[in-house]
Structures are given as C-alpha cells and as structure tokens.
Ligand binder design. Sequence first.
Ligand code: GLN
Length: 313
Amino acid sequence: MSTSTSLLDQVVREIADEMAQRSDRGEVASYIPELARVDANSFGLVVVDADGHVAAAGDRETPFSIQSISKVFTLTLALGKVGDRLWSRVGREPSGSPFNSIVQLERERGIPRNPFINAGAIAVTDLILSGHQPREALGEILRFMRFLADDSSITIDEAVAASEQRTGFRNIALANYMKSFGVIENSVDFTLGVYFHHCAIAMSCRQLAMAGRYLAYAGRNPSTGLNVVQAERARRINAIMMTCGHYDGSGEFAYRVGLPGKSGVGGGILAIAPGKASIAVWSPGLDANGNSHLGRMALEALTRRLGWSIFGV
Ligand code: GLN
C-alpha cells in the first residue's frame, strides 16, 4: 500500500516539530575539531518517495559533513570496479565494536569485519584508488555523488578533510596495520588522503535522500529510469547497511527503526525503505556509539507512524 503524499508531508512536519522541542540532543563529535563547530540545534529531514515526491522539514538544504555515509557509495563504486573480489579484502559481518576499533584486525589477519567500520572503508577506498592517482579516485567518487543526487553543486569541505588529516591517528594506525598484512595496496598516505576527503563530502538532507534512491528502487534511479546497479547488488548493500550501518548500535537501530541505514559522525543518517522511499535525516548530536541521537529518534517515529519497518507494522 502506498503512502499518500499529504500523509507523508504531515508526518515529516510533525516529527520535525517534535524533535525541535527536545533538549536531549546528544554530543556533537569533537575528535575531528572542525566538526565541533556545527550548530547542535540543526535538524533536517527529507523523504523522497517512488514518484519523486519530496517531503521535507527543517534544515533540509544545509550541507553537512556526510562522513561515514560516504562508505555506502564507495562500497557501491568498489563493487562496480572489482565485483565479488572485494570480499577477499573485507568481510560482511557485524563487528559489535566501535567504528574505529583496531582489536579484531589482529585476530582476523588484517581483514576488516565489514565495509562500514573505518578499517573496512579504508580497505574499500584502497581498491578504488588502485590504478589511479588520488585526485582521479576522489574525482570519480565526487562525480558519482553528483550523478546520483543529480546535483553538480556537491563539494568536499576541505577544512573538514584537513582537520581529520591532522588528527586521524587511529585511522593512520588502522591503515598501517592493514598494510602490514598486505590488505592495503597503495601508499597509506594516498589511501588515507582519499578516505579523509570522501568522508568530508558535504551534502544536504535533500541531496543525500536523492542520492540514496537507487537503493530504494532495486538499483534504478526512478526519475531517469537508469540502472545504477543491478537489483541484486542494491539488495545486498541494503543488507549490509541493516547489519553493519550503525556499528555497535546496528542491533538497536534495526530494533527501533527497522530499515537499512548508514550513519556518519557528522550527525547524518541515510535510511532506505525498499520500494517506498529514500530518507535522509540530520541532527549533529551523537549517542555513545557515534550515531545521531535525534536522527534515530526521528526515523523511529517515521517508520512507526507509516508502518515502514521492513519487519512489519
Ligand atoms: N571520517 C570519520 C573517521 O574516520 C568517519 C567516522 C564515522 O562517520 N563514523 O573517523
């Protein structure tokens, strides 16, 4: 059953109003100093349905740092480049550990648990980089984002990238550790340079929800009818978002929201209601797992009111 656009508009507006009243907003990430400058009271919610209707509320047009949400798109690109060979470099099991954890890497011989923890995403970035200069790889990622969102104004926030490059000691450790197992092919500096920059892509909720449409509609962009990926690939990326997209908070996200989702420490979440909608929410305050606190609450309210959890109403 499809959701009427007037109901969708109303629910999105109500949720934004409810979130604006709340004082429990979580903590804005500060380990990347530039991210700490963001206004903690920001909130945006955008839902794009199968007919292209856009229901939006709050700071829908304000670009924010997408951070780890970029990992969905780099995974898509890397699968396009090397196909299932990717899975010899990175696993697809939930880690149950924080996003920047190093502990499993030693036991599992440098193979990261999944493509969404930092180690896994760095390994995926390394695959995209192979055979290219960092600038070319980054250009490819940025062009892909612009193509998916149908918006050429999307850019990289260089201040955020530089800030993370200066303070990214954990990621530098992860990359060097993987390099020692031969999991990273390129120079660690080059791979991390591309990784930090794709995490620093700035997008609004509207742009992000537009970019996620191929995952909601079996790999197709419904407005152009063009296939971005095969339906099977979209389904599998959704499965990994469901099981791994919120790190050690993935179980809780599935329990409360019931949609494939990917969070970033910039406070954004991309959530996919297969066949129904692509959803982006942004609230910079994070919970203890580094996932947007109000973002998850908003998605929980949305799926409950619309009966959109993939596990039933
Ligand atoms: N760029 C961030 C990091 O590597 C991404 C983390 C995140 O969004 N969870 O630490």
